[in-house]
Each structure stands twice: as C-alpha cells, then as structure tokens.
Write a protein that binds this ligand. Structure first.
Ligand code: SF4
Length: 129
C-alpha cells in the first residue's frame, strides 16, 4: 500500500491557513506518518495545480495499492473540483480521500491527516484478511 499526500494552501492568501507553516508541513507529515511523500501546490485547482494533479492521478491509477490523501479546502468542494480530472485520468475515486486542513496549525493538520491515513490502513488490512 502506498499513500501520497497532496497539500494546498489556497495561494497562501486565505486566512484559513494563517496558523500553518507550509514550508515545514510536508517534512513533518513525511516524518510522522508512513507515507510515500507529501507535496504542496499552492493552487491545486488552478491550471498548474491541475496539470500536476493529472500527472499524479495518471501515474497512481496504474497501481491499485496507491491512495491519494488531499489536504486542502472542504472535502465536498475538493470532490467537485477534482471529479472531472479523476475521471479523465482513470484514477479510482474510491482511492481519493479529501481532508479539510483549514483553520488549524501544523499539529492540527497532522492529526487530521493521521486519522485518515490510519483509517485507510485499517480498511486496507481488513480487505486483505
Ligand atoms: S483546491 Fe481548494 S484550497 Fe486549493 S486553491 Fe482550490 S479552492 Fe483553494
């Protein structure tokens, strides 16, 4: 099982992200969690962010053991924003997990993402048993 974490801080301008440090966050997540990597794009739903996401979705679609955890705005908003791209790239939407990382600090983001990652691992292990 491989978990890739994508992060977005809404161009660094949104007040919801004022208490988090996105320079240190990817390394913090990689150190604390058993994940393949954590990367940041400041506007995942923008043109460049979409291109980067499309590459990651396409590559990840090849491996049914790869999951993508996306830390950004509200999960419902992310699902709408990325739905088309997920379909277009052939990535299984069940392997896309959106997490709301707004209005907290790095430790709060770590706790929210950790909860999702642990749930994914548990579900995956249960499916294999
Ligand atoms: S994906 Fe969400 S958090 Fe990121 S730039 Fe778009 S609206 Fe903002």
């Amino acid at each position: 099982m491989k978990i890739k974490i994508l992060l977005c801080n809404c161009k660094g301008l949104c007040q919801s992200f004022k208490d988090s440090d996105f320079n240190t966050l990817p390394f913090q997540l990689e150190s604390e969690l058993d994940v393949h990597y954590a990367v940041l794009h400041p506007q995942l739903c923008g043109q460049g962010g979409n291109e980067a996401l499309a590459d990651i979705f396409r590559e990840s679609a090849k491996d049914p053991e790869t999951f993508i955890v996306s830390g950004a705005c509200a999960p419902e908003a992310q699902e709408k924003l990325f739905q088309k791209l997920i379909r277009k790239t052939g990535f299984d939407p069940k392997r896309f997990v959106a997490v709301d990382i707004r209005s907290t600090n790095n430790d709060g983001i770590l706790a929210r993402i950790k909860e999702k990652v642990e749930a994914l691992v548990r579900e995956h292990e249960a499916a294999l048993a």
